[in-house]
Design a protein around this ligand. Structure first.
Ligand SMILES: [Ca+2]
Length: 318
C-alpha cells in the first residue's frame, strides 16, 4: 500500500517547528542539570516553574542552603522533575499549529471562483507543485496552449529509472468556510506515451480538519480519475476514487470536466465536511507502481480555466 502522502500530504510546516523548541528546551534542561550555577541563577526559564517560583519568593538563608544541598545531590534540575509542565514560553515559541485562515481566498476577477489566478494569466502564484519525494518536475506556466487567454499550466511527465510513483501536478489551497459546490476545468493532453499500467490523469480534493467526518484519518480525500485507468491505482484508506473518465486520453483538444464536490462528499464520506481548516486541490498526471528501469511513460498535459465555487456561477459550463 502506498503512503497516504502519495498525492501530496506533506507534514504541515508547523509540525516540524513545534518539535524543535521542545527538543531545545530538553537540551537546555539537560545541560543545566549538569550546571548548578546556570540552573540556579536563571530561575524559571532555565529550570522550569517548579524550581523557579520558590527560588524567587524565598531568599532566606535556610532556603538557599537547602537549594544548594539539593543541587549538590544532582536532582534540582534533573530527571526528578519529570515531564510535567509545559515548555516555557519565549519569544521563539512556535505559533499554534492551527490558526484560522481568511474566510475565503480571493477569487478570479470577482467571479466567485475560490481559485486565484484560475487561468494562469498572472504567472504561477499562488499555484504550487509539491516537493515531496513522490513529486517530479514542477509545473510551469506555458504559452504553448491555452483554453482561454494566453497561458495554461503545463505538466511534463517523464519517467525516471527508479520504481514506484511519480506525480506531476499543480496545486492550490483555499480556506472557505463551507465546502464549495462545484469544481470544473479543462485539460489537454498534447502527448501521451503509455509505458506502464497505472498511468493516468486525476484531480484530487483533500479536506483537512473536518469535524463531522469519520475520525482516524489525517484528512479526507476524493480522487477523481480523468483518464488512463479504470480501477483504483492502489489502496489508500483516506481517499475515495471516482472515475470521471477511464479511457486513454484523447490526443489534443481541450476536455471539459466538472463534479459536484458537495454531493460527492455526501456519497463517499457520508456528509459535507464541516469545520475544516483548509481544502487542497491537486490537478495531476502521474504514474504508480512502475517497475525499475522502465522509462517509457511520458505525457505533456495542460490544465486551464480551473474553477471552484457555486454551480450557478460556473464560468466553464459548456
Ligand atoms: Ca489561460
Amino acid at each position: 500500500m502506498i503512503s497516504v502522502s502519495g498525492s501530496g500530504i506533506p507534514l504541515p510546516a508547523s509540525f516540524g517547528r513545534s518539535e524543535t523548541p521542545v527538543g531545545l528546551f530538553l537540551s537546555l534542561r539537560t545541560a543545566n542539570a549538569a550546571s548548578d550555577a546556570g540552573c540556579h541563577s536563571r530561575g524559571i526559564d532555565a529550570c522550569g516553574n517548579v524550581h523557579g517560583r520558590p527560588a524567587m519568593k524565598l531568599r532566606l538563608t535556610l532556603t538557599a542552603l537547602l537549594i544548594v544541598a539539593a543541587l549538590a545531590s544532582g536532582s534540582a534540575c534533573g530527571d526528578s522533575e519529570g515531564p510535567a509542565g509545559p515548555a516555557p514560553s519565549s519569544p521563539t515559541a512556535p505559533a499554534p499549529a492551527v490558526t484560522p485562515g481568511p474566510a475565503t481566498t480571493p477569487g478570479g476577477a470577482g467571479s466567485g471562483n475560490l481559485f486565484s489566478n484560475p487561468s494562469f494569466e498572472d504567472g504561477e502564484e499562488p499555484w504550487i507543485s509539491l516537493t515531496t519525494e513522490a513529486w517530479g518536475t514542477p509545473f510551469r506556466v506555458s504559452g504553448d496552449a491555452a483554453h482561454s487567454g494566453v497561458y495554461s499550466a503545463f505538466l511534463e511527465m517523464r519517467a525516471l529509472e527508479e520504481p514506484g510513483s511519480k506525480v506531476f501536478g499543480v496545486v492550490q489551497e483555499v480556506q472557505p468556510q463551507e465546502l464549495p459546490e462545484l469544481i470544473s476545468g479543462y485539460y489537454r493532453v498534447a502527448q501521451w506515451t503509455r509505458g506502464t499500467d497505472i498511468q493516468y490523469l486525476q484531480f484530487a480534493v483533500i479536506v483537512t480538519g473536518a469535524t463531522n467526518a469519520p475520525q482516524g484519518f489525517p484528512n479526507h480525500q476524493i480522487r477523481y480519475i480523468l483518464a488512463g485507468i479504470d480501477r483504483p491505482p492502489f489502496a489508500i484508506s483516506n481517499a475515495k476514487f471516482i472515475f470521471v473518465g477511464t479511457e486513454e486520453p484523447a490526443p489534443d483538444g481541450w476536455v471539459y470536466f466538472e463534479r459536484n464536490v458537495r454531493q460527492d462528499f455526501i456519497d463517499q464520506w457520508g456528509a459535507v465536511p464541516e469545520g475544516f481548516s483548509k481544502i487542497r486541490v491537486l490537478f495531476e498526471v502521474r504514474y504508480d507502481g512502475k517497475e525499475e528501469g522502465v522509462t517509457d511513460p511520458s505525457a505533456d498535459v495542460f490544465y486551464d480555466d480551473l474553477y471552484l465555487g457555486s454551480a450557478a456561477a460556473n464560468p466553464n459550463a459548456p
